[in-house]
Design a protein around this ligand. Structure first.
Ligand code: ADP
Ligand code: MG
Length: 629
């Protein structure tokens, strides 16, 4: 037996390791299991290269829990280490500058990942263990098995031991305060999180499985009996879908991998993109388009980042653009620097390239789907909409590509690209100044009257709903030349699309002046501005509108952007009286005593059709109407 000093610059590195990793102690298991996997993979490589000629056997990593002895063991039958190798790889830790670095990042975001970076991986065991033993037998023929032991000071002992099987046992004597790591469920949870797709089988205890009786025993019905057997509990799938070639996978394989990733999700994804790049960086992965639900936030953080099949994080905000975080799936890249701070990640050239590559792939895939089968694409549009709009608003390059396949839908359910749509409505919806006005509704049900009036005139109405629409409209108005959007209830049709041919009014100015106070008398004065307009007699007698500008300002205020400077926007509507409607003339000619009543009824009907008649006003309208019957 010999003793020695672990070659670190400072006596205090262990306390630092323990302290600054406080929040994420569980990572020790990822480090030790991935070391064991590395050692097993190396065995494969050596065999392939012909440098190892013996029997490799079934490579596997075992995690063994002994609650009584308070130990956790990570066992592999990989390459093992000789005493010299232990000295080289374990004792001579290259800590140059590590101490400084560790101090600098103490307690900061991302500090936990320094571990792998500075070869501290193995030493992370001391976060949870008071004593660590390495028992190992090298692959070299005639090697002497050795045991290295340290109790978390810089001192270690190394001694010869009996060990027959090739490979390494890392034995952790778990501290009192880390007793959670002696719980089966806790360990299973950590393995599920970090080791689910490691390339070498990782086994943790046994599990019960039901099989047909091997002796062929029958039950009373004559069927072969099912019996329970204990089988190895393998935690990982060694060949997850993203590591395979796309040609080897069927649609069903992608779907079942999706379920493997998200066992709690019941919807199938809409479609997927298989990423496979090896230049100028290495990147593989599968991204899925989920069915995006109302609550966008809960769908985020579902992309898992792996490095060579080791789970790193599910927070990929630095690696992919914000809008892509709506996607689900896996990205695996050994080239993403995992071991540094987040702010560094954001400015890293490789990460930027990866991010723009993924954006491009996603846009290309959508364009391809659109071209290949437009009907199918249109059928999926409702689910893609938020994503494409979000992407177009937040990423200019994506926006440029998305023009090809970004769709609008009209009230008849027909889909168009903006370019097609402009062509479609140009002739009828261009005003006298040459500007094409795109009419839209965000609520077909509530704006039914307005939609119908527009369609009766031969106009087309788009359905633009969803949280991003106000922003999207502003963008389109800048992009589509000579155009503007107007919600159908923003004004009367004649004002929304101004044509030269004005309809003559049946009422004279004096008659309008006489009627105005009557209508003003039946609504809240500072909320409704009474106006007259000569429309077709067949249109409604009164239309309530809300100017596009005021509504947009109010919407922006609600979303928390802008507005503050101008103060709160009051809710203002226009009550537009159709001066050509026979009912309006009727009021003019009616007895003074009933004019108010009639005006009130017409105004209430207009409010009702807009969903603006509520509470007491609605109640008294109903009572009055019953009287009328
Ligand atoms: P890294 O894995 O980044 O090299 P670690 O601190 O995790 O750093 O491990 C240090 C070295 O110790 C490894 O590179 C490897 O040479 C050796 N090692 C650790 N665990 C094992 C193991 N289970 N089998 C063989 N060698 C190992
Ligand atoms: Mg390691």
């Amino acid at each position: 037996m010999k003793t020695g000093q672990i070659n670190v610059q400072t006596e205090n590195i262990f306390p630092i390791i323990k302290k600054f990793l406080y929040s994420d102690h569980e990572i020790f298991l990822r480090e030790l299991v991935s070391n064991a996997v590395d050692a097993s993979q190396k065995m494969k490589v050596l065999t392939k290269l012909g440098e190892f000629k013996g029997e490799v056997g079934d490579l596997k990593v075992e995690v063994l829990l002994d609650k009584e002895a308070k130990t956790l063991t990570i066992r592999d039958n990989g390459i093992g280490m000789t005493s010299d190798e232990i000295d080289k790889y374990i004792n001579q830790i290259a800590f140059s500058g590590a101490e400084e670095f560790v101090k600098q990042y103490e307690g900061k975001d991302g500090a936990e990942s320094i571990i792998g970076h500075f070869g501290l991986g193995f030493y992370s065991a001391f976060m949870v263990a008071e004593k660590v033993q390495i028992q190992t037998l090298s692959r070299h023929e005639g090697s002497q098995a050795v045991q290295w032991e340290s109790n978390g000071t810089t001192e270690y002992t190394i001694s010869e031991i009996e060990k027959t099987g090739r490979g390494t046992d890392i034995i952790l004597y778990i501290t009192e305060e880390s007793a959670e790591f002696l719980e089966k469920n806790r360990i299973q949870g950590i393995l599920d999180k970090y080791c689910k797709f490691l390339p070498i089988p990782v086994v943790f205890g046994t599990k019960v499985e039901y099989i047909d009786s091997p002796e062929g025993e029958k039950d009373d019905d004559g069927k072969v009996k099912r019996v329970s057997v204990d089988v190895e509990n393998q935690v990982n799938n060694v060949a997850p879908a993203w590591t395979k070639a796309p040609i080897d996978l069927k649609d069903e394989d992608y779907k079942s991998f999706y379920r493997e990733l998200y066992p709690m999700t019941f919807d199938d994804p809409l479609f997927h993109i298989h990423l496979n790049v090896d230049y100028p960086f290495n990147l593989t992965g599968i991204l899925y388009f989920p069915k995006i639900k109302e609550n966008v936030e809960v769908q985020k953080n579902k992309i898992n980042l792996y490095s060579n099949q080791v789970f790193i994080t599910d927070s990929v905000a630095e690696i992919v653009p914000e809008f892509l975080t709506l996607l689900h799936g896996v990205i695996d890249s050994p080239d993403i620097p995992l071991n540094v701070s987040r702010s560094y990640l954001q400015s890293d050239g490789n990460v930027k390239k990866i991010s723009s590559h993924i954006t491009k792939k996603v846009a290309d895939k959508l364009a391809e789907m659109f071209k290949k089968d437009r009907a199918d694409f249109e059928a999926k549009w409702e689910d893609l909409k938020i994503f494409v709009e979000y992407g177009s608003l937040s990423d200019d390059k994506f926006a440029l590509k998305a023009k090809e396949f970004s769709l609008v839908k009209n009230t008849d359910g027909k889909c168009f690209t903006m370019e097609e749509y402009k062509e479609q409505v140009k002739t009828i919806q261009t005003d006298k100044d040459g500007k094409t006005v795109f009419l839209y509704t965000n609520d077909v049900e509530n704006q039914f009257g307005f939609v119908k009036a527009a369609k009766d005139r031969g106009y087309d109405v788009l359905v633009l709903d969803g949280p991003l629409v106000p922003h999207w409209i502003s963008k389109m108005e800048q992009e589509v030349e000579n155009s503007s959007f107007a919600r159908v209830d923003a004004d009367t049709l004649d004002k929304l699309i101004k044509k030269t041919d004005e309809i003559p009014s049946k009422l004279s100015k004096e008659e309008e002046e006489k009627l105005k106070p009557i209508f003003e008398g039946v609504v809240t004065k500072d909320k409704f501005k009474v106006e007259f307009e000569s429309m077709n007699a067949s249109e409604a007698p009164i239309i309530i509108t809300q100017p596009e500008f005021i509504r947009r300002m109010m919407e922006q205020q609600k979303m928390g952007g802008g507005g503050g400077f101008y103060g709160a926007f009051p809710e203002i509507y226009s009550l537009v009286v159709n001066s050509n409607h026979p009912k309006v003339s009727e009021i003019l000619n009616a007895e003074e005593s009933v004019r108010g009543e009639k005006a009130k009824q017409l105004a209430d009907l207009a409010l009702l059709s807009q969903g603006l008649l509520k509470g007491e006003a609605l109640n008294s309208f109903i009572e009055r109407s019953i009287e009328l019957v």
